[in-house]
Design a protein around this ligand. Sequence first.
Ligand code: NOJ
Length: 498
Amino acid sequence: MFYQVYPRSFACAENPDGVGDLRGVINRLDHIVGLGVDAIWLSPLFSSPQVDHGYDVSDYFTIDPTFGTMADFDELLDAVHANGLRLLLDLVPNHTSDQHDWFRTAVAAGRGSRQRERYLFRDGRGDLPPTDVVGSFSGAPVWTRVREPDGSPGQWYFHLFSAEQPDLNWSDPSVLEGFERVWRHWLDKGVDGFRVDVADHLTKDVDRTDVREGNSLLDHEPGNRTHQVWQAFRAVLDGYRHEPTAIGEIWSDAALYSGAREFPLTFGFPLLQAGWDSVAVRGAIDEVLGRGVSPVWVIDNHDTARSATRLGSVARSRALTMVMLALPGAACIYQGQELGLPNVDDLPEEVLADPIWEGSGRADRGRDGCRVPIPWSGTDPPFGFSLVPPWLPQPPGFREYTVQGQTRSPSSTLSLTRDWVHLRRQLPELHAGPMVWLDDRPDRLHFSRQVGDHRLEVLANLGDRPIPLATGEVLAHSAPVVVDGVLPPDTAVWLRPE
Ligand code: NOJ
């Protein structure tokens, strides 16, 4: 079990800036430990101008002062290990910040220089960019023009995301050499691995003019440079005695990048994309399991509207979380999912900070709604998150979701989630047993997990009427109030049949 911390929204302990930090994570570590997870994935911490909140790295060897110091990081790593958990960092290899030394020296060194080889610089078509392709941030342009050292309008560089995130040219051997130093630096410190950002994006043909979407430029061919890079990465991971791991963020066919030679783990994104529809959810689960690789199931993360809103209710989010926790493989809970937090869809425009907002010409509000700071305690904002107003304002309605309030109630989303995670640990059939579908009716998901004499049935009601429940012992239920003999709509149950 993983728990994703998005540091700027978890807890703010230090600078009076309303932005979460490492000391906040240290202070609130008990919350994560209490959930019963095995490992923490921290969204980016490295030095960064924070244009994309750390997914724009200017120095992969240092901690951004927004989050604290290297001493804070070392203390956190020790505290995580002392609690028997593991810590994964977020590695962003597809692009750097435009403030990274590599990029600044490339711009300064001029056209045709060795330094420009590390990125994807091209000449334009007169005053037009090299191609008309659009990028992954809501269709923003993928080419930005630089001024040459003599002040004249110059070459263009390629960026799938914002202009402040220039894509690296991984065919240049010095890029891999540089990143090998990064991996080793953090693994030598005892970090337990990485979540790897858009890991399937490294190889692309940016000169193509026959496609419109930047993603269509990506090349996934076996044996290409991306695969060589991840094989080199895996060899480094495997060389460490503390058995570090890695989760690839791969939205294409994750099987291509998995297994003994590349990523030990990849996210099972089809489940996150399936919505509240039994046919789609079954299809997603079958698709991911059919890949034959180890998934990390997710239904929430810092890029997606929160499931409690996206699926239509917190009840559905809880039910799908219970389904997810009973599937073969690993799973990841995104901070706030355990509280049933809703997405905040009505943030005032003046606070929107996601680069998608400006990059889309203010047409797409972006992902801030799932990044609103965690409500810890009390009845008014900032709910114990910080001493000053947080970087994104929490709505007054967050008072229903505080950690403190939910801890007191055994039927809260938080208490239920803790119960499921602890139970998942204890049930042998959830560690090893195969999964078998028992039903394909459209109003439900119904499957078993079994190992030896241990058998668990998982039933979720995705219809609009109650469904009868087989006799047996209800080990866990997603609803706060359980009615005997039936499973109400939008709930799930783990049942030990008689
Ligand atoms: C995926 C990350 O999850 C997202 O937050 C980021 O904006 C893009 N990659 C670019 O790094």
